[in-house]
Design a protein around this ligand. Structure first.
Ligand code: EPU
Length: 336
């Protein structure tokens, strides 16, 4: 275990913000975790666990220890369709590997940036599928008790872009491995509108896994910027969930406002991108930060933005939404 000091975090966050970590360690084996946390405890250092940093905004330098999870390993049991994956694996590579081996279910989640270990934290989801639909269990290292534990899906408390791992009760848990249930015998999930429209346009009525995967990639790439080319962290805010009454009242003033059903009958989800688009946010900027031209929910590092540029732009956006629609947007991105 090599702990480095005063490390530039630019390569470790997809916004490409040049914050610094006072201490930094990258681990390749889960059994190194006990030593890392003993050291942090001894030195009274706060620990920040990082995968590939694709859902984080550094507004400040981090004064504690950044723990970069670089563990590797994919173990697919072909008889059961269960796959156990180390936290440091790249999510999109896992999607491709499983599909190519004939095990399906992850196709809708293609091209989501980030690592496997980060996926349960925000319960990644796209085009009608959420990680929680496929997850069997998560192995965690409990840094308070210095031991490994297995949490079954129920214990992970998955919700829309939410889980136990975002709560105080999960604050001591470091995800080291994820177990998913995939299937050979597979039904495509094509209900998401942008996806069904793209399939229809391509003249595909019953997509193969590869066709569904390709279409998801095509839809994503048409709207969402590639973080390798233009720093970003995907959707900056969650889509707000409001009561049906509130939505009906808003419709009186904004008849074109779309909504999506939720699991709760009295609540609907409103696309934050629509609210922001209505306010003319696309292309607006602050310092080196800007709202993406193709998607109003995505903030980008247009020109050497500081974390504060991005944060202040996000603040402007959410206060405009609050004033106009009476809706308080919540960030999806973790802000440090
Ligand atoms: N829309 C606009 N203006 C825009 C973009 C979208 O008005 O600039 C409206 C349209 O009405 C569109 C609706 O917003 O139908 C929804 O847009 P989109 O399909 O792009 O999805 P989203 O709700 O903005 C969510 C996730 C994405 C995920 C897509 C596809 C959240 C916060 N974001 O975005 O996830 O890829 O659905 O499932 O739930 C992420 O979490 O980082 C992320 C990118």
């Amino acid at each position: 275990m090599e702990i480095r000091q005063d490390v530039d975090l630019t390569p470790y966050n997809s916004f490409g913000i040049s914050a610094r970590a006072a201490h930094f360690v990258s681990i390749g084996q889960p059994d190194e975790l006990a030593a890392v946390f003993r050291h942090a405890r001894q030195e009274k250092l706060r620990v920040l666990v990082l995968g590939s940093g694709s859902n984080i905004l550094f507004v400040n330098d981090f004064p504690g220890l950044v723990l970069h999870m670089a563990t590797r390993g994919v173990d697919l049991d072909e008889s059961s369709g269960r796959v156990r994956v180390a936290a440091g694996e790249v999510w999109h590579d896992l999607v491709v590997t499983c599909m190519n081996k004939g095990f399906h279910g992850l196709e809708n989640l293609a091209l989501i940036p980030g690592t496997v270990g980060a996926a349960p934290v925000q319960n990644i989801g796209a085009y009608g599928v959420e990680l929680g639909d496929l997850l069997v269990s998560v192995t965690v290292f409990d840094s308070a008790e210095l031991r490994f534990r297995t949490l079954e899906r129920e214990a992970c408390e998955f919700d829309y872009r939410h889980s136990l791992f975002k709560q105080l009760a999960g604050a001591d848990l470091v995800i080291t491995e994820v177990e998913l249930q995939l299937s050979r015998d597979w039904q495509p999930e094509t209900s998401y509108r942008a996806l069904s429209e793209a399939l229809q346009q391509a003249g595909i009525s019953e997509p193969t896994p590869q066709q569904l995967f390709d279409t998801v990639c095509q839809v994503r790439l048409s709207k969402l910027p590639d973080p390798a080319r233009l720093g970003n962290a995907g959707s900056f805010f969650k889509n707000p969930v409001v009561s049906k009454q509130k939505y009906q009242a808003l419709l009186a003033d904004f008849p074109a406002m779309p909504s999506f059903p939720t699991d709760e009958p009295g609540l609907v989800k409103i696309p934050a991108a629509w609210l922001l688009d209505e306010l003319g946010c696309k292309g607006q900027g602050r310092g080196g930060a800007a709202v993406h031209e193709q998607h109003a929910l995505v903030l980008v590092n247009r020109n050497r933005a500081s974390g504060e540029d991005i944060f202040m732009l996000a603040q402007d956006m959410s206060s405009k939404v609050l004033t106009r629609f009476g809706i308080a947007l919540q960030p999806e991105v973790r802000i440090i």
